[in-house]
Structures are given as C-alpha cells and as structure tokens.
Design a protein around this ligand. Structure first.
Ligand SMILES: *Cc1c(COP(=O)(O)O)cnc(C)c1O
Length: 397
C-alpha cells in the first residue's frame, strides 16, 4: 500500500487516536479485536517453516507478534509522528529494552536529574553493573548539558515537563546539542502524551511512554512503548523478543480504547489543573505553586511553544514543613493518597517521603523537593470538589 492508498495519510491527531492501527479480521468487528492467544496455528508444515524462517510474514508466537499489540504500536507511532513503535510490559521495560538494544559496555548516558525515580535506579544501580555510566544534569541548564557529553555518550534522556516541579526543557535546543555530539535524544513523553506534545517534531529521536499513566487513563494496566525510526526500533524489538518483556494483548486492548479518548481527557486534566493552580496561588497557606500554566512559571513560554496545553500534574509548597504538608494530605477525603498519576481519579502525594524518598537530603534539596511540597495529579472530578477537599486541610494550618 503506498501513502495515497492510506485513508489516514495526513489525518489529524484525534482521527489517528481513534482509527490508526485498525485492521479488521474477517468477522468485520467494529471495535478492535482482542487476540488473547499465545500461539498461532499454521495451515501446513510448509507454512510453519516459512513463518519461522521469516520468508512469509505472519504470527508465530505472541512474544514475537500479536495483532492487538501491533495495533497499539501502530496507533502510538502514528500519533507521535514516528515511523514505528514497539510495546513493552511496562514503562520501565521500555527504558531498559532501549538501553539494552542500543548500548554496550563503555557507553555513557547523559540524563536529566529530574526523571522518574526508578529510571535513576535503573541507570545507576543496574546499567552501571554492565559498564554503562550515567551523568545527571539540571535539565534547565544547557551549559550543564553541553559539559556533560563524553566521547562515549550515546544516549541523552529527558522528561519534560519534569515531575513534580514542571521544569520545561527546550526539546529542539537539546536535540541540536545532542546531535552535534553524535548521540540520540530520548524523550520520556509520559506526562504530556502525544495529545499535548510530539517531541519528534522538535528533533527528538526516540519517544518512550509509560502507557500505565494517561494512555490507560483509568489506572488499570501496566505497559510501555518506544517509538522512533524503524532501524532503531527493530533493534529494540529484537531485544524484547529475546528477553520477553512483551506487552500482554489484554493490556494493549485496554490502551487502544484509552487512546480513543486521550485528547479529550488531556484537555480536561489540563483545564482542571490550571483552575486548581490559579486557586492555590490565592490561598494564604500556600507558599508557592509549580505549574507551567501560571504566567510566572519559568517554563511558561516554552510550554506554550512545544505543548498544546499544560498537562495534569502540579505541585505546591505549603507554609511550614513536612508536618503541615502531611496535615493537608491526611485531611483529604476525595483525593486518593497514591503515587500513581494519569488516572481519572485525582491523586495526592508527599514527594519527599515517597517518590523521592530514596534521594539523600542534599539531592532532594538540589532537586527542589522540599519537605513542604505536595504533588497533585489532577483528575477528572469537578474541580470545585477538589478545591474543597484541599481547603479542609489548608484551613487547619
Ligand atoms: C511511571 C513512569 C515510568 C515507569 O513506568 P511503569 O509503567 O510504571 O514501569 C517512567 N517514566 C515516567 C515519567 C513515569 O511517570
């Protein structure tokens, strides 16, 4: 099929979110079929031989290919503007598989210091054991990025906006720096999703997602995906097939359904978060609010350049310390006290003692994770009810 035969050529993001990757079976199902099967039956010994050798395309075993998983990969690739994608069992296995496929002993990773905590653990504790070193830099300091490169730097890894302080990184600028050093830029696009930000348009090489978050959108399944050029993704795919961190067909099917409403949900999350941030700024018990939708946030202009909305995660400092922050958290009756995010249900967490609890006090201080900081992943409830839930605790301070 050439491009002019594909009815989705040039289609908008919302159309791709609903339609990309749909290949109906002979039953003519309208909703994507769930192929819950580990293996596939061949019509003849010859066909089996040809499928195994790769002479004839087709399914052999679901660690290699599964039609439901493939549909999810095609849809994500289309939405990110990538050539192709490979799905994995979790966001972490997407990151691990990419590193295993693209790095070897003696290589170096240059990484934002404001990345998901487990990513830091993976790079420092595990990749280090296999001779891959990582340097962490302040993501908003481009001199630090420049200075961090070594002759053996292969991958640059960043999240934007960062968690929990919403620091923005200029993807175009970092991509240019990365390419000048002959390395590849990986963007963990979990917080924005392709509904709000498509880093490949700004020069990123690979996109990683924890599909567990907004892509699922209702906190049900774990999954991940890596999107990028076919040549690179084929390497990652080869690792996934050999090592087995394969996405289950059921989870892929849930994510396909999640993608159909992704942009509606991201708009609603962003709208609620902005309203809440603007309200929090006015509360006398609140010291500072971190949300790129606020005009005085240092990433405000950058966010408007590379994102179509500001996203659903914000954080704020209450006046006082850990005791005051915990009091606000413990006074909520609607918000869920959990570290997960990207759910229809709003979540609240104390980063210093949970998500960032493994950092030393100095590392926390450097990263701005103070004891009075609270993070909220704003859900889809009526925002007035979220305000009331927070007001109860704030009024006690
Ligand atoms: C949750 C998360 C991950 C890890 O994803 P899992 O699906 O939990 O393995 C990676 N990056 C970011 C930004 C995340 O929020």
């Amino acid at each position: 099929m050439n491009d002019s035969d594909n009815p989705l050529t040039g289609a908008g993001l919302d159309t791709l979110a609903v339609r990309a990757g749909c290949h109906r079976s002979p039953e003519g199902e309208h909703s994507e079929a769930l192929f819950l099967t580990s293996s596939y039956v061949f019509a003849s010994a010859r066909e089996a031989a040809e499928r195994f050798s790769g002479e004839e395309p087709g399914n052999v075993y679901s660690r290699y290919t599964n039609p439901t998983v493939r549909a999810f990969e095609e849809r994500i690739a289309a939405m990110e503007g990538a050539e192709t994608a490979v799905a994995t069992a979790s966001g972490m296995s997407a990151i691990l598989s990419t590193c295993m496929a693209l790095l070897e002993v003696g290589d170096h990773i240059l990484c934002s210091r404001s990345v998901f905590g487990t990513t830091t653990v993976l790079f420092t504790k595990y990749l280090q054991k296999f001779g891959v070193a990582t340097t962490f830099v302040d993501p908003t300091d481009y001199d630090q990025w420049e200075a961090g490169f070594q002759h053996n730097t292969k991958l640059v890894f960043v999240e934007t906006p960062s968690n929990p302080l919403c620091d923005l990184v200029d993807i175009r600028r970092l991509a240019d720096i990365t390419h000048a050093h002959g390395a590849q830029l990986i963007v963990d696009n979990c917080f924005c999703t392709p509904a709000l930000q498509r880093p490949i348009e700004f020069g990123a090489d690979l996109i990683i997602h924890s599909a567990t978050k907004y892509i699922d959108g209702q906190g049900r399944c774990l999954g991940g995906v890596v999107a990028g050029p076919k040549e690179t993704i084929d390497e990652v795919l080869a690792f996934v097939r050999s090592a087995g961190p394969t996405l289950s067909a059921f989870n892929a099917w849930v994510f396909l359904k999640g993608l159909e409403t992704l942009s509606l949900r991201m708009d609603a999350h962003s709208r609620n978060a902005l309203t809440l941030a603007q309200w929090l700024v006015k509360q006398p018990q609140v010291e500072k609010v971190f949300y790129a939708g606020l005009p005085d946030h240092p990433g405000h202009d950058m966010a408007q350049k590379q994102q179509s909305a500001f996203g659903g995660v914000l954080s704020f400092r209450v006046k006082g310390g850990q005791e005051e922050a915990w009091r606000v958290i413990d006074s909520t009756r609607i918000l869920s006290l959990t570290a997960n995010l990207g759910d229809a249900k709003s979540t609240i967490v104390h980063p210093a003692t949970t998500t960032h609890g493994r950092l030393t006090p100095e590392q926390r201080e450097q990263a701005g994770i103070s004891d009075n900081l609270i993070r909220i992943a704003v859900g889809l409830e009526d925002v007035e009810d979220i305000k009331k839930d927070l007001e109860r605790g704030l009024k006690q301070l």
